[in-house]
Ligand binder design. Structure first.
Ligand SMILES: Cc1ncc(COP(=O)(O)O)c(C=O)c1O
Length: 469
């Protein structure tokens, strides 16, 4: 039986509806072929993101009711910091409203113009926040992590050779810290091994540079380590997570992922000076140090969610469900990034649609067609999101991979709903040359994928009728 067992039963349900195809067609056109602009009521299965979309448990809802809304030194903040210290072990805990606020504070405090921040792969908001302070975001993932068809247990690993080359090229003085994103979202939700964490940590500390984690999906990463890394099967997921964090000096965290909440985040730091400077900015932009950007009840829900996110039965079901979706899509002949990541299946749009060049956003075209065909919302992780100018030469750089990410919200969709998604993906892949590329009609200066408007290349239809090709 290929059905990862759900370690819960359903207590509350939310109705969803599928709008008819002609309406979807009109909505897509009005949205400029950008799925971020489609009203959620017109989405049947929403796999835009796993961020902030989890179903909270009865215990989390109960925690909301008992949240302490005191402005200063609330009981909920104590619960929040206790849960975080128990897992992450860092000295200073700084609550923020979500992950990017933690990033913005960190980079403002620790980076100067011209600095360089190496990461395995920066997420879009991380890259944008690094660049916002005039620093350079450098991706150093292993080469295996850039080959969508290649099977490797830890494709999120950082290449030590690339990291060393960065230190040689830019010098230690321009590198304020190194980051590791666990799991590596932009690289396909791929895990980083404990061995890689240890070797990167040893190198950073040899250089006198701190190592920080982008820790959003740390529990899923720890589960992969337990399942795949020699010598780790006997450790609990929590022990592994502690071991990972003990190799670093702090982290940014979007609690909207592995802390199973709809809003929240935090920054952890060991360095007293950075923590003081971060707290100064926190008070200016987020809130008092014991609530930051969150209500007391949200702090309480994060504390409970962190405990639940490490439960091994839950993680086996969670990652099993995503893997099952990957298998169903593969069976229909749609190429996906292998192996399947922790939180999402990533369709390899360059392979699926070889007739659409990267300049015409093949992954965005696939995602738009998936909405048209099935009312399913996914997100492009390709040139629309990551095309950028080379910081050295100014040339236009396309990302190596053009991916359509089907991010699975935690504890939300059933196996049969995801089977429906797989079928819709199969139908889109069958369109082949009928599916047209897209061009930009309008774009903002930063993070364009959120709000840009596109149109089919040459002003035709997204899906050409068979007679016209
Ligand atoms: C790896 C990674 N880092 C940072 C963020 C930003 O977190 P938030 O959306 O809470 O600002 C995300 C969000 O998806 C992410 O996946």
């Amino acid at each position: 039986m290929d059905l990862p067992f759900e370690p819960y039963r359903i207590k509350v349900v939310e109705r969803i509806q599928r709008v008819e195809r002609p309406e979807r067609e009109q909505l897509l056109r009005e949205a400029g072929y950008n799925l971020f602009r489609i009203p959620s009521a017109a989405i049947y299965i929403d796999l835009l993101t796993d961020s902030g979309t989890s179903a909270m448990s009865d215990r989390q809802w109960a925690a909301l009711m008992t949240g302490d809304e005191a402005y200063a030194c609330s009981r909920s903040f104590d619960d929040f910091t206790a849960a975080i210290r128990d897992i992450f072990g860092y000295t200073h805990v700084i609550p923020t409203h979500q992950g990017r606020a933690a990033e913005s504070i960190l980079f403002s405090v620790a980076c100067r113009r011209g600095d360089v921040v190496p990461n395995n792969t920066h997420f879009d908001t991380t890259r944008a926040n690094v660049e916002h302070v005039g620093a350079i975001a450098l991706d150093c993932v292993i080469d295996e992590g850039l080959d969508p068809g290649l099977d490797h247990p830890f494709k999120g690993n950082m290449s030590l050779a690339k990291l060393e080359a960065a230190f040689r090229r830019y010098g230690r003085e321009r590198i304020p810290f190194v980051m590791l994103t666990i799991t590596n979202n932009s690289g396909g939700g791929q895990p980083v091994s404990l061995a890689n964490v240890r070797e990167v940590s040893a190198y950073c500390h040899e250089q006198g540079v701190p190592l920080l984690f982008d820790a959003c999906r740390y529990a899923e990463n720890a589960w992969f380590i337990q399942q795949r890394e020699p010598g780790c099967a006997g450790m609990s997921v929590k022990q592994i997570a502690r071991e990972v964090f003990a190799c670093g000096d702090g982290c940014t965290m979007s609690a909207k992922k592995d802390a199973l909440v709809n809003i929240g985040g935090f920054l952890c730091l060991n360095d007293d000076g950075w923590a003081q400077a971060a707290t100064n900015l926190l008070i200016l932009f987020e809130g008092f140090p014991t609530y930051g950007g969150m209500a007391g009840r949200d702090l309480a829900a994060v504390a409970q969610g962190l405990r639940e996110g490490l439960e091994e039965e839950y993680l086996a079901y969670r990652i099993g469900q995503v893997a099952r979706l990957g298998r169903a899509i593969t069976r229909l002949g749609v190429p996906i990034l292998q192996p399947v990541g922790g939180h999402a299946v990533y369709i390899d749009a360059r392979t699926a649609l070889p007739h659409i060049p990267q300049s015409e956003f093949p992954a965005q075209a696939f995602a738009a067609a998936l909405y048209l065909e099935g009312g399913v919302r996914a997100v492009e992780i390709g040139s629309l999101m990551f095309e950028h100018r080379d910081p050295d030469g100014g040339a236009l750089v396309h990302p190596t991979m053009e991916l359509v990410r089907l991010a699975v919200p935690r504890r939300v969709y059933t196996h049969s709903q995801l089977d429906y998604v797989a079928e819709a993906c199969g139908r889109v892949a069958e369109l082949k040359e009928r599916l047209q590329g897209l061009e930009i009609a309008w774009q903002p200066p930063v993070l364009r994928h959120f709000t840009a408007r596109l149109r089919p290349v040459g002003g035709g239809e997204l899906i050409a009728s068979p007679a016209t090709i």
